[in-house]
Ligand binder design. Structure first.
Ligand code: SF4
Length: 430
């Protein structure tokens, strides 16, 4: 099979993995370096598809051959799809070629399980090693790791990769047992914990080294750069499949909250289950609405950046009448849904409210809140200030008060949700 055919199969097989965003990666030391992929000290550039997925990486599998039988996966052992396998050298050459042609900024590499988790992981790590050590590649590398692989291999992977990830796959241990019988949620947890320790140790060592360098030679900027080994400076991430089992959004978000809290994950990616050819009967026939994935990302954002807890975002009793409970509303964003359900917390005074409360106003982003806080240090905020900040006034005004503005009875309107709903949009022709 020629390289192009392999690429067609193995790039297509990788498209189901959503956890490829390159955000949060620290730049490798490319200052003054002429290594392949050097970014001249400016870090990693990002490019995202309209649905939020990163498109600037060469995203491939080493092989789509797999001895596991995860029912939701098109590459499972019982799936009747064409198989292919790259050699280590082929992946290295492809990455370098695409990079030279300016098509990519880095590599996202995952793999089916061949022979054993350790054998597979060795091959994946070898690709990263050859790129870094033999070709001085300084572009971005994200490696998908295999939870059952040995800790030593994981440690080597972290030395070469900007980001590591282990897919948790499903939100509960019970669902994992039912749909991916060879996978073990305890092993996934252990691997994530180990990675978190290595990432934390590496960061602490580099911080300490940098601090010591400043103390010992405060004049010399060049000596301030820490030389302790990097370990996955972009942290670790994971992917959860949504809609392959009956788990509700509340449980999904509780799992994410645990991963962020316990294992310090950088990101949890949600991937709406897509029906696959020859699917097992345990799987639903249809994909969940794509807006569900979108709402989960919004809720995730609220937990990570806006200080909400998963309990606040989805109370147990929330759901569509007759449908499952503990679900996010599909027809409005979770922040607006929370505000409408907690009208007693509003209006929020723009001139006196703390940052945490301002962040809860629908239509306010983090940047808007920072600007409001800066502006109110020098003067009282008025209605006109909101217009100047280009916030969505219709959405914001019922929830705030300013020096010259109060929302009156707008907050009490029974049809407030309908008033704030986005206008229906006609779908485009295909
Ligand atoms: S381990 Fe499971 S999810 Fe991963 S490639 Fe194999 S069958 Fe697919």
């Amino acid at each position: 099979m020629n390289l192009q055919s392999k690429l067609a199969i193995l790039a297509d097989a990788a498209k189901y993995d959503a956890s490829c965003a390159s955000s949060g990666a620290a730049p490798r030391n490319s200052v003054g370096g002429r290594g392949m992929g050097s970014t001249e000290g400016m870090g990693i550039c990002h490019s995202y598809a309209p649905d939020g997925r990163c498109i600037s990486l060469l995203k491939i599998l080493l092989t789509n051959f797999c001895q596991y039988d995860c029912l939701y996966c098109v590459n499972r052992v019982t799936s009747n799809v064409p198989r292919a396998r790259f050699t280590v050298d082929e992946v290295v050459q492809l990455t370098l070629d695409f990079y030279r042609r300016n098509c990519i900024e880095g590599l996202f590499l995952s793999s089916g399980i061949i022979q054993s988790p350790d054998y597979t992981m060795e091959q994946v790590v070898e690709v990263a090693r050859v790129l870094r050590e033999e070709h001085d590649f300084r572009g971005y590398i994200h490696l998908k790791t295999i939870p059952d692989a040995s800790p030593e291999l994981m440690q080597r992977a972290g030395r070469y990769a900007d980001r590591l990830s282990i897919n948790i796959e499903l939100p509960t241990a019970e669902s994992l047992t039912a749909l991916a019988p060879e996978k073990d949620s305890a092993a996934i947890d252990r691997s994530m914990a180990r990675m978190a320790v290595h990432i934390g140790e590496s960061r602490a060592a580099r911080k300490e080294q940098a601090a010591q360098a400043i103390v010992s030679m405060p004049q010399s900027r060049t000596t301030r750069r820490a030389s302790a080994p990097l370990f996955a400076p972009g942290g670790q991430s994971t992917q959860m499949i949504v809609g392959a089992d009956a788990t509700n959004d509340r449980t999904i978000l509780a799992t994410s909250a645990r991963l962020y809290g316990v294992h310090r994950l950088r990101r949890v990616y949600y991937s709406a289950f897509s029906p696959i050819p020859d699917a097992a009967r345990a799987l639903p026939l249809a994909a969940p609405p794509t807006v569900r994935e979108h709402r989960l990302y919004q809720a995730d954002w609220l937990m990570r950046i806006y200080g909400f807890t998963h309990d606040e975002i989805v109370p147990p009793s929330q759901g569509t009448p007759g449908g499952p409970m503990g679900m996010l509303a599909l027809d409005m964003d979770p922040k607006l849904a929370w505000a409408l359900a907690h009208r007693e917390r509003f209006p929020v005074n723009l001139n006196t409210a703390p940052r945490e409360l301002l962040l809860r106003v629908p239509g306010f982003g983090v940047q808007t809140v920072e600007r409001l806080l800066a502006a109110r240090r020098v003067r009282r905020l008025r209605h006109a200030d909101l217009s100047r900040l280009h916030v969505p006034l219709k959405k914001v005004l019922p929830f705030v008060e300013a020096a010259d503005y109060r929302p009156g009875r707008a907050l009490e309107a029974a049809d407030l949700a309908a008033q704030l709903a986005p206008p229906p949009v006609q779908r485009s022709l295909f």
